[in-house]
Design a protein around this ligand. Sequence first.
Ligand code: S3P
Length: 417
Amino acid sequence: MLSLKGDVDVAPDKSISHRALMIAAISCGTSRINNLLLSDDCISTLKCLEKLSVDITQLKGSYVVKGSGRFLKSAVSDLDAGNSGTTARMISGILAGQNFKSRIIGDASLSARPMKRVVVPLQKMGARIKTHNWCLPMDISGGELNAIHYVSEISSAQVKSCVLLAGLFACGITKFSEPVKSRDHTERMLKNFGADISVEGDTVSVKGCPSLSSFDVTVPGDISAAAFFIVGALITRGSNLVIKNVGINPTRTGVLNVLKRMGGNIVIENTRVLAGEPVADIIVRSSDLKATEITGAEVPFMIDEIPVIAVAATQAMGETRITGASELRVKETDRLKAITSEIKKMGAVAEELEDGLIIKGPVKLKGAKVDSYKDHRIAMSLAIASLIAEGDTIIKDKDCVTISFPDFWKKLKETVK
Ligand code: S3P
């Protein structure tokens, strides 16, 4: 029987890394980013910014960004967001405020993902945008923008960030409201860089035309990456794992709340604040889990962790029911469909709902040939399921973990005893 033991550092936070690069790029002055995530998605952001003539250099393990001020230089070719929805949607907000034309493209997965959610608010602000059936490629003719109050039907930090970044190029105060507050890294980061930004309930307001100052960011570990190790330690026997320096921003810790509610032995220690973000060490021990119910009001706080929570639910006593999670259908792959079909191949008792999942446990899993659908979070969730499966598991396209956690396989090997 395998256990997860010792200390582990997980990948730096992907969301914070994208934001640090983009916001430093449009600030005045030089910012240093320590512990930047150099995964495929963040490299897409870095390369797009370099194409827009932002000067980014590496210096002793850190990245130094010389801000261009609010106005960038037009790119000579298409801006390739690769597999990264965060790159495409956030950078569209910056490009909407530039006095030139840009085209954003992406890989096959990203080109099938909805862009209407950012196109509509940006058009309302005055940007001229063309898409292919609301998907990439996206052609943006930017310029002076109008401030708006955008009330979004979905909770999405990518959409919120796009509107707030565009708001920096608008005269007046831009407001964004959403049903449940999504992750607030952009708000925190903009404040650090000197923007005039305020939050009241689920509405964020940002004042246009600021001159952003520089700021040095140290990126904490990604709780979404930590989630795989947390579930791994909970569901294996004899595990005792310390995950160091993990971001515990309350808009991201839904996974901790749910796993604790399921009976998970999870202790948070050494809490401190790093560049405006709370950070801690997380200690996890093997636990007997019980089923739970997760509804739409909680989903935004654990949007990327639901596939691995589903793996935890296969080992929990009773029926776990997840609803209000239809956003998972428009991620890198349809994650509701992918996780249900693949854990079922391993013997799980799972059912796909239109907006969620039902999983019955506990069930003894068995090794199988499974498909990641080239989705990093599906690949890592299946890797965690394989730890408790009898026999070998073969995960198709397992290397897609480089999207968010390039060292995942190495770190897993180091912690599995
Ligand atoms: C992200 C927001 C989430 C999340 C994604 C990263 C971000 O997407 O799924 O992995 O960095 O803003 P939505 O905002 O579309 O829910």
